[in-house]
Design a binder for this molecule. Sequence first.
Ligand SMILES: NC(=O)C1=CN([C@@H]2O[C@H](COP(=O)(O)OP(=O)(O)OC[C@H]3O[C@@H](n4cnc5c(N)ncnc54)[C@H](OP(=O)(O)O)[C@@H]3O)[C@@H](O)[C@H]2O)C=CC1
Ligand SMILES: O=C(O)C1=N[C@H](C(=O)O)C[C@H](O)C1
Length: 256
Amino acid sequence: MIRIAISGCNGHMGRVVEEICLADPEISIVAGFDLLGNGDHDFPVYSSPAELKDGADVVIDFSSPAALKGLLELARTRRIPLVLATTGYSAEQLAAVDEAARSAPIFRSGNMSLGINLLLELVKRAAAVLGGDYDVEIVERHHHRKVDAPSGTALMLADAAAEALPYRPEYVYDRQSVRKPRDPREIGISSVRGGTIVGDHEVIFAGRDEVIELRHSAQSREVFASGAVRAAKFLAGVRSPGIYSMADLVAATKPL
Ligand SMILES: NC(=O)C1=CN([C@@H]2O[C@H](COP(=O)(O)OP(=O)(O)OC[C@H]3O[C@@H](n4cnc5c(N)ncnc54)[C@H](OP(=O)(O)O)[C@@H]3O)[C@@H](O)[C@H]2O)C=CC1
Ligand SMILES: O=C(O)C1=N[C@H](C(=O)O)C[C@H](O)C1
């Protein structure tokens, strides 16, 4: 039995993770962390990870960058593995994650769906083949509740393209404040917010007289939640301290 704690358990993603865990006979939910009280959960909900009493095998976090400090404290002092799915961390916070990963395994991904992992590979391949001659633009679309922009996934896609391009691109988020033609050595990232869009990412390679578009569209939050639960099981399999990603999970998964 894997003992899981859910950080952000009252939120949209936390609720879906809870449903998936409740339906899984290999998992027991031992605690939740959130700002407000217990709600209607069958497990205790603490406002701070420091209040966790009996420990957990893994914490799955879909909450806010504000929760990170307490979670990293659990990893550092109690060596509890973390699955960090929250997006919008600062550079300092990412450095703190790397530091805590010296004490416990930490799985981090701005997108827990398997499809995005494949898209990252396709983007690298396209950038390697087309890079230099085609302008790279990323458009991400999300629901109107989302607070961070650009999305964590858009940044991962930009990094994947950057890795394979023959130049070091600058990421451009704002075309409104300058008046100049597009620099070929840039990746433009645009954010759309509206309605209930779950999560949509498009990478555009625009060349002379042709455009190639690679797109992923999440149809429900389950794709992210089930990926995070798979990541938790992967970490619970006695991993050494370090940073893990979807690529590690896919590499460790036996083909069906
Ligand atoms: N990696 C991935 O695949 C995915 C990542 N995400 C990311 O997950 C995060 C959560 O998304 P979503 O569920 O839609 O957001 P919600 O706002 O619905 O849920 C977040 C929950 O976390 C709570 N919370 C806020 N601050 C803290 C804190 N300091 N400690 C504990 N709990 C806290 C919120 O409480 P309150 O409402 O009171 O503020 C809320 O209940 C976002 O960063 C999002 O980008 C989302 C989907 C997929
Ligand atoms: O906030 C969301 O909802 C999502 N956030 C992630 C991101 O920032 O990329 C992943 C997914 O697209 C949903």
